[in-house]
Write a protein of this length. Structure first.
Length: 345
């Protein structure tokens, strides 16, 4: 985290650990406000890579699961970077910044993915740099979010992942009442102060909870190379383009879509108890004879206790069995409808 930005937030009550804003004094109250009110959040759990150069578009087009040509000043994009077997190394939000592309992914994955992407540069006119200190991302969510941002930025994007660039920053509509603002240190303090006048500041886990409830997976170090795109519903979320041509793992992803039979899907669920589920934790059910029937993708504390999770689960088991966390004796998953329909592959 930018040291000046960290100092600014600390002076305004933020508790920051390893560069990530944990809370602003009361995490439980902040989570309730996320569910019921309007909140502002520093998205410090994420970092940003900048891909620049004359060949930036073609370079990313040959490596990512989505059609990078569709990213523009008015359109952001979800995408993934996969290994040769189609297993996801990282999911990311991509937006345009001048002639460059900014890739947002979990902070812990930024340097490993920067190095991995760098292996493909060869003679391409491309530069991949860590833009984490120069790019500051803020989240705003709640019934008053659009009205608050309209005051700062004027007319806002109307479609999901629509984008608008202005002098203070770039605004991306994440959902009906959820927005992300990407700015710089020059404007961040003033924007944060203005947002905080009408929205409650909250820790990063609150944004993670909103992602979970929206059914948006975030691949973390614990879950790298565990899933193909369809297992985490990425094709439903618009993170895969099946007409763009080759990229690492493309044949596997396409074969799963058109010729295979998908055995696992990602679902939204709740786990009771005080013990914390972790990404990568295995799930079990009686019909799998000791083999794992699924895996936790993301998890965070829920406003009313327990934990909300995104989990990939064997489709047949989800329909007929009780799914348990960690063992057959573990807490059962209570499934919650996702905010989008699941389609057969």
């Amino acid at each position: 985290m930018n040291p000046d930005w960290q100092d600014f937030l600390t002076r305004r009550g933020a508790t920051i650990t390893a560069g990530i804003v944990q809370d602003f004094g009361d995490s439980a109250t902040e989570l309730k406000a996320t569910e019921q009110g309007t909140i502002s959040c520093v998205l410090s759990q994420f970092g940003t890579l900048r891909v620049s150069g004359d060949d930036a578009l073609s370079f990313l087009q040959n490596l990512l699961s989505n059609d990078i040509r569709e990213v523009s000043t008015s359109r952001a994009q979800l995408s993934s970077f996969n290994n040769a077997k189609g297993r996801i190394l990282a999911t990311m939000l991509i937006w345009h910044d001048g002639g460059d592309y900014l890739l947002q992914l979990p902070r812990a994955l930024c340097e490993p993915i920067r190095k991995k992407l760098g292996m493909y540069v060869l003679r391409a006119k491309v530069k991949i740099t860590d833009a984490g200190d120069e790019t500051i991302s803020l989240g705003l969510s709640g019934v008053n979010a659009q009205e608050i941002l309209h005051t700062q930025f004027g007319e806002l994007p109307t479609l999901p992942l629509g984008a608008k660039g202005t002098t203070p920053g770039n605004v991306i509509r994440i959902g009906e009442t959820r927005f992300q603002v990407n700015t710089t240190m020059t404007h961040a303090a003033a924007l944060w102060t203005a947002l905080g006048q009408r929205a409650q500041p909250v820790g990063s886990a609150c944004w993670d909870w909103l992602n979970i409830r929206s059914g948006i997976p975030v691949i973390l170090p614990q879950t790298q190379e565990q899933f193909v795109a369809q297992m985490v519903n990425l094709e439903i979320l618009g993170g895969v383009n099946f007409n763009k041509g080759c990229y690492p793992g493309q044949e596997i992803v396409a074969r799963m879509q058109y010729l295979g039979k998908l055995k696992r899907r990602m679902y939204l669920a709740h786990i009771d108890g005080s013990n914390t589920p972790q990404p990568g934790d295995e799930l079990f059910c009686a019909d799998m004879e000791g083999q794992a029937s699924g895996m936790i993708v993301n998890a965070t504390r829920a406003p009313n206790g327990g934990y909300d999770v995104l989990a990939t689960v064997q489709i047949s088991s989800r329909e007929t069995q009780t799914i348990h966390w960690l063992s057959l004796q573990g807490e059962p998953l209570k499934f919650i409808p996702l905010p989008y329909p699941l389609r057969e592959v």
